[in-house]
Design a protein around this ligand. Structure first.
Ligand code: SF4
Length: 345
């Protein structure tokens, strides 16, 4: 695989949260929220990151942006703004200094899940969207106002919305304001953290279409974090499936949905509604609860809930490997299992 068009290369990313107990607040255990994630995102693509709630997908997104400090791993990012002579500069975000992080904030932005709590209710929309321009000393006064107008137009809002406050807007419009703020610094990478899950289904499609349009217009790269597989299928070029802090399968969207290779992916997909009444879907019910990330199972983390598990699965952790054509999977039996695809729409 050529590394030329890889914008972000994450290697061995870990984020552990200490569990403290007693008067002396001694560390008695670690919550392994992200436990050795390897993935790359190509320039201009959307990588979907899915999994059940608590699987570590949001922590992965936030660790990549250093909104929370990673415990270990490399996050290699190719910055255009910090490059010279029109080239890129490779930076390990995990080790970047505070000064470097401030510069990198211009390249890497986030759209939050909740458009209600992520916007300051005491600031006007103009101040919210224009704030990054002030903080990074990019524009002020008239110039800043003009840029805010452009950004609002880009996300389908009107110039006079600048003077209003967040509570005057619907959920979909607020998310558009969040998108405009993320775009203000002309970033290369946007981590979209469940950006539509708090919205009505009818509004979700509008925001997704907006994000797709903006991606084309501004050459954006997205890491799209979501628990809803249908949403991820709609927007992603490739999809990574996460379970208990690890990526268990990653492939191009058609390949993952048409030829899944991990039993967890198969089970997740069996819950996706299929718009064909003649297609008889057998839902695969996962036995038991998601195990605790403080004390994960031995061998393959998924083995207590896997209907194909064999003895080896209980003792040996499978290697995350490429089956060919950038189809990565972490399962001992990936080659021999014949798993059920989701019918294409
Ligand atoms: Fe199931 Fe074994 Fe594969 Fe894990 S390694 S997903 S337990 S078959």
């Amino acid at each position: 695989m050529s590394s030329d068009n890889i914008l972000l290369d994450v290697k061995g990313l870990k984020k552990y949260f200490p569990v403290r107990k007693g008067l002396l607040r001694r560390v008695v255990a670690q919550v392994k929220a992200v436990d050795g994630v390897d993935m790359y995102i190509k320039e201009g693509e959307t990588l979907g990151l899915v999994g059940e709630s608590g699987c570590g997908k949001t922590t992965t997104g936030r660790s990549i942006l250093r909104l929370i400090e990673p415990t270990a791993g490399e996050i290699i990012f190719k910055s255009k703004k910090l490059g010279t002579d029109g080239g890129y500069k490779e930076i390990d975000v995990a080790k970047a200094s505070r000064k470097m992080m401030k510069a990198l904030r211009r390249d890497m932005q986030i759209i939050f899940q909740d458009p209600y709590s992520s916007l300051n209710p005491r600031m006007t929309v103009g101040s919210i969207v224009g704030e990054p321009l002030l903080v990074h000393k990019i524009a002020k006064g008239q110039e800043r106002e003009e840029r805010v107008r452009e950004l609002l137009a880009a996300v389908g809002l009107k110039p006079d919305h600048m003077k209003r406050y967040p509570h005057e807007f619907s959920g979909g419009q607020r998310q558009r304001i969040g998108v405009a703020r993320a775009l203000a610094l002309d970033p290369q990478l946007i981590v979209a953290d469940e950006p539509v899950s708090a919205l009505d289904v009818s509004i979700q499609a509008q925001v997704l279409n907006l994000m797709e349009g903006l991606q084309e217009e501004f050459g954006l790269t997205y890491l799209f974090v979501a628990h809803d597989l249908s949403v991820v299928k709609h927007i992603s070029d490739r999809v990574a499936v996460m379970y208990l802090g690890k990526i268990v399968e990653l492939a191009a969207t058609e390949k993952l949905f048409g030829n899944p290779k991990h039993p967890y992916t198969e089970a997740l997909m069996s819950a996706v509604p299929v718009p064909d009444p003649d297609y008889n879907v057998e839902r695969i019910l996962l036995e038991g609860d998601v195990p605790s990330p403080v004390n994960p199972p031995s061998g393959c983390y998924f083995h207590p809930r896997c209907r194909y598990a064999k003895d080896i699965c209980k003792t040996e952790e499978p290697i995350y490997r490429d089956l060919g054509d950038e189809h990565f999977v972490k399962c001992h039996l990936a080659e021999e299992l014949s798993l059920r695809p989701v019918v294409s729409e």
